[in-house]
Design a binder for this molecule. Sequence first.
Ligand SMILES: Cc1ncc(COP(=O)(O)O)c(C=O)c1O
Length: 356
Amino acid sequence: MGQILLDRNENQYGPAPTCYRALREANLLQMSMYSRDYLLARKSELSYRLSHQFGIPENRLLLSYGSEDMLKQTVHCYLKPGETMLSPRQSWWYYKSIAKEVGGKQVEYALHEKGHKFEYSIEEMLRLCDIHHPQLILIASPNNPTGNSIRKEDLIKLIEYCKSSVIVLDEAYFGFSNERRNDIKKLLESHGLLVILRTFSKYYALAGLRIGYACVGEDVTHLTTYSARYLGYNQLTEKIALAALDDEEYYHSITQKMCEDKESYYREFASLEGFTPFHSDANFILVRYPILQKQYLESELRRRNIVLKFLSDPGLEDCIRITVGTKEQNAFVISSMKEIVKLGVSIPSQPAFVKG
Ligand SMILES: Cc1ncc(COP(=O)(O)O)c(C=O)c1O
């Protein structure tokens, strides 16, 4: 096995065979010509298909260069200098810098550890809304790196309470749990200022292709206009994304394997002294480890060509985020971890290892 890169939440199984076929059969004319989809009275084949899938008008389905791009566009459209954005304290690193890009103020709410899971505290979020009247509220569900989702009833409460805020629901990791909501249309009807972000990067294993999208409420008109691309989108990218949508069976079978492997991770890490795995609805898990072993763990993993994400965020300095890989990779990570921990215990002279 070569280097095992389990540090950036990429889907290690790779895209569906339909995507490779689409690439092989690509029409080269698509590279030299602009799209003529407008002749069919649609923005693009992909946004047309997705909008039908979700039951919303095509003008409220906005394609972007990954969901990162749409998140940026949303914040740049709606957050003015001095205005407040509410976002999770434990979150994807980009959330920490995006408000600054526009001179906005960032207020963070915490996610709380409850048993072997993290949770959103709707009470805390509503309290902060009362104090700060945020222009924009950012929620990730599932959240990176904690892996938990927001409960549907809490999301509804927030929507009902914050009628004048733009609410961004980042669902980059949608699809990896057995519970799959399909209520985009209803959610958008309940809040005209809702922006739901999705991507082809994670579930569909197309991170390098850079394609994501937003489904937006009817009052998100500024963003709808701002994000319009009058000359169309990248046609090759679209073709491959459409091919991915054609092979739901492939992606479903991957998710099943990942769900099984997440269970193995929970079980195995729970049996290692000093380690606590947190349950996750995403394609990664968060694991707390005895912080005094950090150097030792890092170097032993490196020796075995395993790359994991050692976090440094406040409150999570003693946690690693592990992307759930293929069956083979996951088995190797688990056996390596067990071996590393055992070795550390049995070598009293090992200076970096202190049993936690
Ligand atoms: C929570 C979250 N949202 C959005 C993204 C951006 O993904 P992409 O731009 O590839 O769609 C990431 C990337 O890791 C992420 O962790």
